[in-house]
Design a protein. Structure first.
Length: 243
């Protein structure tokens, strides 16, 4: 697997979004855009921000996120029920945008070469492993090999900022390798990027692009760890922007 690192870019003339990838496009709302949650239910502020950005909220797919490894298939459009509990969506990126709310957890976009079928995921520590579920599901649905899949790992809390109980670091080290769970100066840490890169390597996909920016270190981003109960959830959106 080819792995490269990128930095978030400012979007010209927008104080609402930061750009993860310009081709898709794949963007994340800035902390100053305000709280974009909760997931899976109506949120007037989120609707205002989406409309101001030329996006029809009814065509931005979302799910009620529960820190699971569940990936649902929304290729035929928005769910008919009020909400679907899942942390990943497979969707048609030529017809819809999809959004996940995050604040320290990692948004992940998987795309398939020569296909409009994509997956957008919310991957926190509890749901780490959802990338593997999504790769398997994309392979099954598109009948393309894993080697046709590319991943973009969006901004999240970095390993240096993510102190956790020792048992959790140990769990990550055992399951995802020594870079994903480690102990330093008496404290224990996990690294979501390292864990997901390991999982994607094992899945044998073509390439992973990893965003370097940390939600705690970069004040343009929202962070529960940094801001506590007053934190603001960001929305990571992939798919056609209206502007
Ligand atoms: Zn950090």
């Amino acid at each position: 697997m080819n792995t490269s690192a990128i930095e978030l870019r400012e979007v010209p003339d927008s104080d609402l979004w930061l750009e993860i990838d310009s081709r898709i496009p794949f963007r994340i709302s800035a902390d100053r855009a305000g709280d974009m949650g909760p997931s899976g239910e109506p949120a007037p502020h989120r609707e205002r921000v989406l409309k101001a950005s030329g996006l029809d909220p009814a065509r931005v797919l979302g799910v009620r996120q529960t820190h699971s490894t569940i990936v649902c298939d929304l290729r035929s459009g928005p769910p008919r029920l009020d909400s679907v509990e899942a942390d990943g969506m497979i969707f048609d990126i030529s017809r819809f945008a999809a959004g996940v709310t995050v604040a320290d957890c990692m948004p992940v976009l998987l795309t398939v070469a020569e296909s409009a079928t994509a997956a957008l995921l919310h991957s926190g520590w509890k749901g780490t492993g959802i990338v593997r579920e999504a790769v398997d599901e994309l392979v099954r649905i598109t009948r393309s090999p894993a080697s046709s899949i590319s991943a973009i790992l969006g901004p999240c809390i970095c390993g240096r900022c993510y102190a956790v109980p020792a048992e959790r670091a140990e769990l990550f080290r055992r399951r995802f390798g020594e870079e994903a769970g480690f102990h330093r100066d008496g404290d224990s840490y996990i690294d979501l990027r390292a864990a997901n890169v390991r999982l994607l390597e094992e899945a044998d996909i073509a390439r992973a692009t990893v965003v370097r920016n940390c939600t705690v270190c970069d004040s343009r981003l929202g962070s529960y760890r940094r801001d506590g109960p007053a934190f603001r959830r960001m929305l990571a959106v992939a798919g056609p922007f209206g502007e």
